[in-house]
Design a protein around this ligand. Structure first.
Ligand SMILES: CC(C)(COP(=O)(O)OP(=O)(O)OC[C@H]1O[C@@H](n2cnc3c(N)ncnc32)[C@H](O)[C@@H]1OP(=O)(O)O)[C@@H](O)C(=O)NCCC(=O)NCCS
Length: 244
């Protein structure tokens, strides 16, 4: 099997004013198209969320609540009685309080059963887990049993087994345990520290250009300081006054 090449598309979802993502509290939406041996092998989808205090009200309203899927993750991994994440998550998040939440890895039939899934997870951690990430979560629900699984995916959902959702999920969870992940009891998630999944992480983070609908001039592509006065709300989004 040749190593996967992943083409990333990363979008910043929060409205934070800190332009340097290495310092910013932020929510990033990550999509990857997996290429293997020159062919499209599947898709990977994840969110990167960093806040110094990810269970705080500020983190909830400014990051988690920006996106329905992120909000649902927050609700599911919170212990609402004690106001902290479910055990043992807090142990993972001290002192690196960022979370990389992988919504799915979905491979096309010819690319399953050759070890590519694990290689994709290793590459994801290598490229996207900077030192601020303390925890990797993976939604272990089988693709074929997800709502809209058959509408949202065409090639990736083909030829998957059709047992009860619980049986298929159990098969997947057992498989992910062989990657070094553990279950988060009572939830759909598997989890691991990034170091358990990959020994090396990229020194160059973020890994490429970031789409940022709040701070990118729709005319020139440059940074817009929304606190400053040199921009307007254009027809397609923010635009520098000089670019109109
Ligand atoms: C999950 C996945 C990325 C793992 O890739 P991988 O590490 O290369 O592992 P494999 O493709 O060899 O699959 C490992 C085992 O899980 C089983 N499996 C994989 N996806 C499954 C699913 N959706 N439902 C039930 N079992 C599944 C395989 O049949 C295989 O079982 P076997 O060892 O008894 O033959 C890949 O199998 C895949 O893309 N599956 C479909 C998409 C999906 O359901 N993703 C889950 C959400 S992350």
């Amino acid at each position: 099997m040749s190593e996967p090449l992943i083409h990333w598309k990363i979008e910043r979802m929060d409205e934070g004013e800190e332009p340097d993502l290495r310092l910013a509290e932020c929510l990033l939406e990550i999509e990857g198209r997996i290429e293997c041996g020159g062919q499209t092998a599947g898709l990977v989808d994840a969110q990167y969320i960093y806040s110094e205090d990810p269970t705080s009200d500020a983190a909830f309203f400014e990051l988690w609540d920006l996106d329905a899927a992120a909000c649902a993750v927050f609700e599911e991994i919170m212990d609402h009685e004690c106001g902290d994440f479910l055990d043992p998550i807090p142990g993972f998040l001290d002192p690196s309080s960022g979370i990389l939440c992988v919504r799915f890895i979905a491979l096309r039939p010819p690319f399953r059963r050759i070890g590519l899934g694990r290689a994709v997870m290793r590459e994801l951690v290598h490229t996207l887990a900077d030192p601020r990430i303390g925890l990797v979560l993976l939604d272990a629900r089988p693709l074929q049993h997800r709502p809209h699984g058959y509408d949202d995916f065409d090639d990736e959902v083909r030829d998957l087994p059709w047992n009860s959702p619980d049986e298929d999920r159990e098969a997947l969870m057992r498989h992910f345990e062989t990657w070094g992940m553990q279950r988060l009891p009572g939830t759909r998630f598997m989890m691991a520290s990034p170091d358990a999944l990959r020994d090396k992480r990229t020194p160059q983070w973020p890994p490429g250009p970031i789409l940022d609908q709040w701070h990118t001039c729709t005319a020139c592509g440059g940074w817009i300081d929304r606190e400053g006065g040199d921009w307007l709300d254009g027809e397609y989004g923010p635009v520098h006054k000089d670019c109109v």
